[in-house]
Design a protein around this ligand. Structure first.
Ligand SMILES: Nc1ncnc2c1ncn2[C@@H]1O[C@H](COP(=O)(O)OP(=O)(O)OP(=O)(O)O)[C@@H](O)[C@H]1O
Length: 337
């Protein structure tokens, strides 16, 4: 278990102090996939670097399996870091070494015999789906393949924790999906705790069990992904869950005063029953979708839509009543009435 206790990090700069992290309290359970999400500058990288003490906290403590990391001697810390490995957005592979030798590198540092290291490296190449790339060099690989090699290297020392710092941010959506699937498989198969640092809600959505939202160096919300999606309490969470939410509302002045425009919020309604289509099929009422920012999370729908209802008041009322009667749906009139 990783316990981050009252952790603060201040960088002293010539022109003043930067408070990158302020009084962070987080508990990351063993075997979980835990997301830490925030906008650029929120403090994500600083936090992840504090977890493995690449950065020393100014205050507070990082306790991993009962050991306060900041109390370890440099030698003990080096030893401990083999349990907490990391992958990065830019892969950080050694370009002059083959893939096999890249994966062997941390084992060399740990004093593992060459033959044993190579055997393990080949097993890891198999695990990440690149058994034929042992002798290839990083420059000969695609981004997704480079990240697979980086994952194999990170697993070489049998870590307990894998820290992923924007590990898929340089990859296209399909490759991102493939890498996230691999990380999820590794988490399941090996029971490794995974900490995912990202600015993309879609990444959290796809693999994380729990998430902490970081904003301005402070954890503003934390909990199960599903709960945060269902009920984002802070502006920072709402920005991440529905980045376009409300943007269409700013254009409302362009509608006629008798237009009926409603904001429909989905709070865990069934994604299997598309609302606009079922309104048309069951009631014969057609509405226009002005904007939509919804997500399907394990078959449940979250987010909001801006809908223009028919001009006919009776039909508009019927449409609103129909939508209100659905589970997990709230309807709010934004013009008309
Ligand atoms: N070594 C450093 N020296 C001074 N200030 C720093 C240092 N590292 C980070 N900061 C500052 O701390 C704050 C948080 O930065 P950090 O890189 O952790 O954010 P982030 O959420 O990872 O952002 P991004 O997604 O853009 O990488 C920023 O204001 C940044 O300028």
């Amino acid at each position: 278990m990783i316990e981050i206790k009252h952790l603060s990090k201040t960088f002293q700069m010539k022109d003043g102090a930067v408070n990158a992290l302020k009084d962070i309290d987080l508990t990351i359970p063993d075997g979980s996939i835990y997301g830490i999400i925030g906008m650029s500058g929120a403090g994500k990288s600083t936090l992840v670097r504090c977890i493995n003490l690449l950065e020393r906290p100014t205050e507070g403590s990082v306790v991993i399996d009962g050991t306060a990391m900041e109390t370890l001697s440099p030698a003990a810390l080096r030893e401990r870091r083999r349990d907490i490995t990391m992958i990065f957005q830019q892969f950080n592979l050694l370009m002059q070494r083959s893939c096999l030798k890249n994966i062997c590198f941390p084992m060399e540092l740990a004093g593992v015999k060459k033959a044993d290291a190579e055997k393990r490296a080949r097993e890891l190449l198999e695990m990440v789906g690149l058994p034929d790339k042992a002798n290839a060099y990083p420059a000969q690989l695609s981004g997704g393949q480079k990240q697979r090699i980086a994952i194999a290297r990170a697993l070489a020392t049998n870590p307990k924790v894998l820290l992923c710092d924007e590990a898929t941010s340089a990859l296209d959506p399909n490759t991102t999906h493939a890498i996230l699937t691999l990380i999820k498989d590794i988490n399941k198969k090996l029971g490794i705790t995974v900490v995912v640092i990202t600015h993309q809600m879609s990444v959290v959505e796809e693999i994380c069990d729990s998430v902490a939202i970081l904003d301005g160096g402070v954890v503003v919300e934390q909990g199960e992904v599903r709960e945060i999606f269902a009920n984002p309490k802070t502006a920072a969470a709402r920005r991440l869950v529905a980045p376009n939410g409300g943007s269409a509302a700013r254009d409302l002045s362009s509608f006629a005063p008798d237009d009926h425009v409603v904001r429909v919020t989905f709070n865990g309604s069934s994604a299997a029953k598309p609302l606009v289509a079922s309104l048309a099929a069951e009631k014969g009422i057609l509405v226009s979708v002005l904007s939509a920012d919804t997500r399907d999370l394990s078959g449940q729908c979250y987010g909001s839509m801006l809908l223009k209802l028919p001009r006919d008041t009776e039909q508009a009322k019927q449409a609103a009543a129909y939508m209100r009667s659905q589970n997990g749906v709230t309807v709010e009139e934004v013009t008309g009435e």
